[in-house]
Design a protein around this ligand. Structure first.
Ligand SMILES: Cc1ncc(COP(=O)(O)O)c(C=O)c1O
Length: 460
């Protein structure tokens, strides 16, 4: 295709997209005047749209997914080879990459033993919720079935996953919700729900889990689900004492600990998994986005052997096993992509890069905070950072969501894509989020933060 026929080809594609595709998370009225963005190419940290405009992507695919960057031929090749050889059989049977990946994955997760494949983060979480309910049914007539989740955390789009999500605007208009999910307070020090200051507080945010369990009745609570670092809820890193307290409470009341690593998993924070920064030992871990960096749709629900054993303890009972299936959990292309993705992270020492570049990113962002009063707080770990915007540093009154929208738009105009909390809360859609691919260099980070600097200067 020559350049002009390629241009007209894309003009047609844009028309088809505008006329027939229902995009995620966007109001479509503006597309009557302005064409939606259609992406056509990606290489490393950069993508190109159908109009030929190039962008440096500080979001890893919009929603923190493309951890190893775009255009990885070896992942595409691994998937191609696998699909030709054996594309699919339901996961009632095993397949070669599924077996190899499960072994390699649990090797990175001391204490964990089993991998259950499905297709999305929401689905991976739903599997845990079903496991918790079935364990309750097997052990105590279904009583210990409740699941506690945290304010500001997100666990997915399906109705049960949304029922366990602590983001008011994500939930708004989608009720009624599934019974048995109970909320407890978030752990964002900058907006402490207990009006305390870290250093003089008693980590009330963690202890609140115990209060919630006692209020509900310990014999009714089966599990707690937590993001290791809250992502879409504003990039919230818990203090070091947080998870050990949570873990002790879980042990005390025999409550299973489920960590949702859908965003933090596979290197985003500088360790394989976010919870590994906090020395905590979960019973179940879910992951999705970075598992195959978006080259295939795959998610994993990983459990300890102790959890797994509960589902085979009584083989004389015909109902005593996990009676769940995800049709496309049997797609062998998913684990083939995941295996190659993991090899890339290892061979290119990307965890080291995340730690080094993450420290540099934090330095740049703190300098930016010195310069602009509108930045109230800078948070993050590894290549995962949030800038919370305020009207007034003293009162910490949150900036209106239109500010983060304008800043993101100014960055787009400069060819840089940044993320932001997006209709998650009524008042806290005020955090810019950065999650560049794990391959980011100093130059990339300079360009990203430079664009935000220019954007801030233009809007303030
Ligand atoms: C922490 C977390 N859990 C679960 C999900 C749901 O994943 P998916 O969109 O793949 O269903 C997301 C998605 O953003 C997420 O951020």
């Amino acid at each position: 295709m020559n350049e002009s026929s390629e241009g007209s080809h894309y003009a047609e594609v844009i028309d088809h997209d505008r006329n027939n595709v229902w995009h995620h998370l966007v109001q479509h009225r503006p597309f009557e005047d302005v064409a939606p963005m259609v992406v056509v190419e990606g290489k490393g940290m950069r993508i190109t749209d159908a109009n030929g405009k190039e962008y440096l992507d500080a979001t890893s695919g919009g929603v923190w997914s493309v951890n190893v960057g775009y255009g990885r031929e070896r992942i595409a090749k691994a998937v191609y080879d696998q699909l030709l050889k054996m594309c699919y059989y339901a996961n009632t049977a095993g397949n070669v990459p599924g077996a190899l990946y499960a072994e390699k994955l649990v090797e990175k997760m001391p204490g964990m033993g089993r991998v259950y494949y499905s297709n999305s983060g929401s689905e991976a979480n739903e599997k845990v919720y079903k496991m918790v309910r079935q364990i309750a049914a097997i052990s105590n007539g279904g009583k210990k079935h409740k699941i506690i989740y945290r304010d500001r955390d997100y666990h997915g789009t399906t109705i049960a996953a949304l029922s366990s999500t602590g983001q008011s605007e994500r939930r708004d208009q989608y009720g009624p919700f599934v019974p048995g999910f109970v909320e407890f307070p978030h752990c964002c020090c900058y907006r402490c729900p207990f009006d305390k200051e870290y250093g003089s507080c008693e980590i009330e945010c963690a202890k609140a889990l115990e209060d919630t369990i006692l209020k509900e009745g310990p014999d009714t609570v089966g599990a707690v689900v937590l993001e290791p670092i809250t992502a879409g809820g504003g990039v919230i890193v818990p203090v070091p004492e947080y998870f050990p307290i949570i873990s002790d409470i879980c042990k005390k009341y025999e409550v299973l600990l489920h960590i949702d690593e859908v965003v933090c998993g596979l290197g985003r924070t500088g360790k394989w998994f976010g919870h590994q920064h906090f020395g905590v030992k979960p019973d179940m871990v879910t992951m999705a986005k970075g598992v195959a960096s978006g080259y295939a749709a795959i998610s994993c629900t990983v459990t300890t052997e102790a959890v797994f054993e509960k589902f085979k303890a009584d083989s004389s009972d015909r109902m005593h096993y996990f009676r769940d299936i995800s049709t496309f959990g049997g797609c062998a292309g998913g684990p083939a992509a995941a295996l190659e993705n993991m090899r890339i992270i290892e061979e290119e020492n990307l965890l080291d890069n995340v730690n080094e570049m993450g420290a540099y990113l934090m330095e740049l962002l703190l300098q930016l905070k010195e310069k602009y009063q509108v930045i109230g707080d800078v948070r993050g770990k590894g290549l995962f950072a949030g800038l919370e915007l305020v009207k007034d540093r003293k009162t910490r009154a949150p900036a209106d969501e239109t500010l983060s929208m304008r800043i993101a738009a100014e960055c787009v105009a400069q060819g840089v894509l940044v993320g932001r909390t997006n209709r998650s809360f009524r008042e806290y859609n005020n955090t810019l989020a950065l999650s560049p691919a794990l391959i980011a260099t100093r130059n990339d980070l300079d360009e990203i933060v430079g664009a935000i600097d220019v954007a801030l200067a233009r809007v303030s």
